[in-house]
Design a protein around this ligand. Structure first.
Ligand code: SAH
Length: 482
């Protein structure tokens, strides 16, 4: 069966829905949105349908089906679970040359209602001709995540200025180039950033000015999340799809990089602790060079760009050089690792505040307010702390945090090889050593950390290893890896 796709203008046209359940209600809602005059016939209505009837939004008929329901009707949808009734409705409609749809019954239907992705006024309709609605649903999900929500306002903007655009560019290929610019350039970026007036001004400028002012590049700082590609945001994914160049950290997984546009240039500017450092200035220079060459640059960072990610410095640098810079947040390691280990970072019974700390180097540790951090009922999430676990623990104990305070170390959080090691503060360095904790790892200290023992749900949990007395009594050691 091959169907003829069409979009119907039902404004003010009488249509009939037979059925008063939840499926019927959804059909009625869509028809009302399309501006149709909806008659609904059934023996019983859902609460919502009843409300719509009393508000005068629909014409209700609370009776057994009668062919007169079809009088003046342009379109019928049968949404009952009474197959005989559905057959009867379809037959009556057919006899009167009215197009009818029977929900989930392509054999009885003269038209089918597609799965829809709504970016009004842009609508994408998907149909498998009734062959496999599940496939249509999957395609819809894919499109839902890929189609930018700003496409709606962009389409509306193009509609408002369509006549002027057509006049300005009578040559078809020039016009197409203009629409490409509209879709890929600053107008779309402004709409995405909730600046519709500015977007319209840029569009109008482009319509009045001579074309081909050289396009300036831009940089988007994107947080890739902690590793699991499922934790990338939709906006991050879209930025990756549009990037000409991607400068990424080493912590960003291949699974995430493979989501980027195939022909995008990838530059690894990774600076893993212990490896050779790429200077931050070099990264700044690369960002600037590529943006000034007119490219769309994505600076892809692990976790969130603004949490121990030097995103702030990159933003300031770009701003100084007049390069447009957007920031797409990512799920930061503390939030992700805690969630994947079953640890609520705050909890009414156990923790009233959360501190994000870095354990990178002795200087950053010296700068911390230890008396404050050593109070009970607060959660400490420590980044880059593997090398300084010993000093960290010692300082907390010296300042009075209880030795039995629970901790959890989440190594390679959200990745298939995730490990969680738990214990009490006094034995933290010893345990970390016994389990050979390696970077990247996030340390959580606080009453909530104990919840990992019961609520941990992702990956394996390291089996509890008894701390040997001789190990437990050695002075706090600095772990070798990081
Ligand atoms: N901007 C990043 C943090 C960069 S600092 C963010 O917001 O998450 C790097 C540190 O983050 C690592 O040393 C480690 O402590 C932590 N980290 C990053 N990814 C991690 C992961 N998958 N599992 C555990 N810790 C992680």
């Amino acid at each position: 069966m091959s169907l003829y796709p069409l979009f119907a203008d039902l404004t003010d046209l009488p249509v009939l829905v037979v059925g008063g359940g939840h499926v019927a209600e959804r059909k009625v809602a869509a028809l009302l949105t399309a501006g149709a005059k909806v008659r609904v016939g059934a023996l019983q209505f859902t609460d919502t349908l009843t409300q719509w009837a009393s508000a005068g939004r629909i014409e209700p008929i609370l009776e057994p089906f009668d062919t007169t329901w079809l009088d003046d009707i342009w379109l019928v949808i049968a949404a009952t679970n009474d197959r005989e009734l559905n057959v009867q409705v379809a037959a009556c409609a057919h006899a009167r040359r009215i197009l009818a749809n029977v929900v989930d019954d392509p054999a009885l239907s003269r038209f089918q209602v597609p799965a829809v992705v709504d970016r009004s006024p842009l609508t994408v309709a998907i149909s498998t001709g009734g062959a496999a609605p599940v496939v249509a649903r999957r395609v819809r999900e894919t499109l839902e995540s890929e189609l930018d929500h700003a496409l709606g306002p962009l389409t509306a903007l193009a509609q408002r200025h369509r006549a002027r655009i057509t006049r300005r560019w009578s040559d078809m290929s020039e016009r197409r180039a203009f629409y490409d610019w509209l879709h890929d350039g600053p107008v779309m970026a402004l709409l995405r950033n909730a600046q519709p007036e500015e977007a319209e001004r840029v569009l109008l400028d482009a319509l009045s000015a001579k074309p081909s002012t050289p396009e300036k590049g831009s940089v988007t700082l994107v947080g890739a999340g902690p590793g699991d590609p499922g934790l990338l945001t939709l906006r991050g994914l879209r930025a990756l799809n549009q990037a000409d160049v991607i400068l990424h950290d080493q912590l960003v997984s291949e699974a995430i990089l493979s989501l980027a546009r195939r022909d995008a240039e990838r530059i690894d500017v990774g600076k893993r602790c212990g490896g050779r450092h790429t200077q931050q200035e070099r990264i700044h220079q690369l960002l600037l060079e590529h943006a000034q060459a007119g490219r769309r640059v994505v600076r892809l960072k692990g976790g969130d760009p603004f949490v121990f990610g030097r995103g702030g410095e990159e933003m300031e640098f770009l701003h100084r050089h007049g390069i447009a810079c957007e920031i797409v947040p990512g799920i930061t390691a503390a939030v992700a690792c805690a969630a994947y280990a079953g640890i609520p970072l705050t909890h009414r019974d156990h923790a009233q505040s959360l501190h994000l700390l870095t354990g990178h180097g002795k200087e950053s540790l010296d700068a911390l307010d230890w008396p404050a951090l050593s109070q009970a009922h607060q959660t400490l999430a420590v980044y880059m702390g593997v090398a300084t676990l010993g000093i960290f623990t010692q300082r907390l104990l010296e300042h009075g945090r209880h030795p039995d305070t629970p901790f959890a170390i989440v190594e390679s959080g959200t990745l298939p090889q995730q490990r969680v090691v738990t214990g009490a503060l006094y034995e933290l360095p010893t345990r970390a050593k016994l389990h050979d904790i390696r970077t990247p790892a996030l340390l959580v200290v606080g009453e909530v950390a104990a919840m990992a023992n019961d609520y941990h749900w992702f990956g394996v949990s390291s089996p509890a290893i008894e701390v040997r007395d001789d190990l437990a009594s050695t002075p706090m050691e600095v772990c070798a890896h990081d």
